[in-house]
Design a binder for this molecule. Structure first.
Ligand code: ATP
Ligand code: MG
Length: 351
């Protein structure tokens, strides 16, 4: 990338389980496509919390702020509530104002044998996930009622919509399966007319910007979105949704393209990006050297893309696609017998 003369510094936060296997694999790939790059290894995670009582050290955040971007591995989510523990990636998103979770879902041949080329953009700071919940007990019957608040703001909705439209334009510069850029706004404003109504109106207001005149705008109620996504995934390009719906449709969409081990994501803000494979720490296979590094490698490509290293990112994506299409060197989750290292070497051989 000639436009960027100084060297790149990337923070690596492998965290738990197979994060410790797939992040080093992604690091190797980045080293192969970029000459001047420094890496900083940073601590975080549930395992660290068990050792030290801290899941996200202040030092990690301080150093991260000096990096250009970061790659995060995975955190184990304890099955029950552990006193004093909260997820470090959730905290990082907040501290770095990474308000969007961006997930590309693509495959030359998805679950239905149809091509898929979607980019799901999920708002990541509000909606039902503000975690404002409370219990109320009826003094007469002793029965409980649980309440949860949902916050939708014009500010956050417009901000996420703008990102969706901008990304639709960026995508349209490269060949995709879509003839024209399109943004699908997901909501349920027929039922939740105030909250989803505001989300919808905010997105529509952003769509009016003359910059976006060539972008097709479409709306889907979230239930029909799920139905259509499974019937005709090929019609979707960029999809923008509030936090809860975005969470659900992005996991559903991942199922259309196979193993969790191949789906990447990025946590994006205006000033920072953290690439993150969609999968968790996979305690069942951790330490065996057979975890699929592709989700992490693709997350590294997303990170580089956001940092302006577009040609390098494309190189990685093409190499990964080649390995997947050839189908000879695959980890067990994809029906193969290869190790993490063998898949990584195969991707490198294809760069
Ligand atoms: P966590 O609590 O960290 O979310 P989990 O048990 O939910 O852990 P996930 O990582 O979400 O585990 O994975 C679910 C399943 O998918 C597991 O069986 C896991 O082995 C498999 N899996 C996830 N990621 C990968 C990968 N990169 N390579 C191979 N298998 C994977
Ligand atoms: Mg999980």
């Amino acid at each position: 990338a000639p436009a960027l003369s100084r060297s790149l510094t990337i923070g690596l936060i492998p965290a738990d389980g197979i994060g410790k296997e797939v992040i080093p694999a992604a690091q190797k790939i980045i080293e192969h496509v970029i000459d001047k790059v420094d890496f900083v290894n940073l601590d975080a995670g549930f395992e660290l919390f068990q050792k030290t009582g801290v899941a996200l050290p202040d030092e990690t955040v301080e150093i991260l702020k000096k990096c250009d971007g970061a790659l995060f591995g995975a955190v184990s989510s304890p099955s029950h509530k552990v006193a004093g523990y909260s997820s470090p990636i959730v905290a990082l998103r907040k501290k770095m104002d990474l308000y969007a979770n961006v997930r590309p879902v693509s495959s030359a041949k998805g679950a239905l044998g149809k091509p898929i080329d979607m980019l799901i953009i999920r708002e990541n700071t509000e909606c039902l996930y503000i975690k404002s919940e409370r219990l109320e007990k009826d003094p007469k019957t002793g029965l409980q009622t649980a309440w949860a608040d949902r916050r939708i703001t014009e500010y956050a909705s417009k901000r996420i919509a703008k990102m969706a439209f901008d990304m639709a334009l960026v995508r349209a510069k490269n060949p995709t399966i879509h003839s024209k850029p399109k943004v699908t706004i997901v909501h349920k404003s027929n039922v939740l007319s105030v909250t989803d109504g505001l989300f919808r109106e905010s997105c529509r207001a952003v769509a009016q910007n003359p910059e976006y005149k060539d972008v097709i705008v479409e709306e889907q109620l979230v239930d029909s979105m799920v139905y259509r996504m499974f019937r005709e995934p090929e019609v979707f390009d960029v999809v923008v949704a509030p936090n809860l719906y975005g969470d659900i449709i992005s996991d559903g969409a991942a199922a259309l393209v196979g193993s969790l081990g191949v789906v990447a994501s990025a946590n994006v803000g205006d000033n920072f990006v953290i690439g993150e494979p969609v999968h968790g720490s996979a305690p069942d296979i951790a330490g065996k050297g057979i975890s699929n590094p592709i989700a992490a490698i693709r997350s590294a490509a997303m990170l580089l893309d956001h940092l302006g290293y577009n040609a390098e990112a494309t190189k990685i994506k093409v190499a990964v696609d080649t390995v997947l299409t050839e189908g000879k060197t695959l980890t067990p989750d994809l029906g193969g017998k290869a190790t993490t290292e063998q898949v990584t070497s195969k991707v490198i051989a294809n760069l």
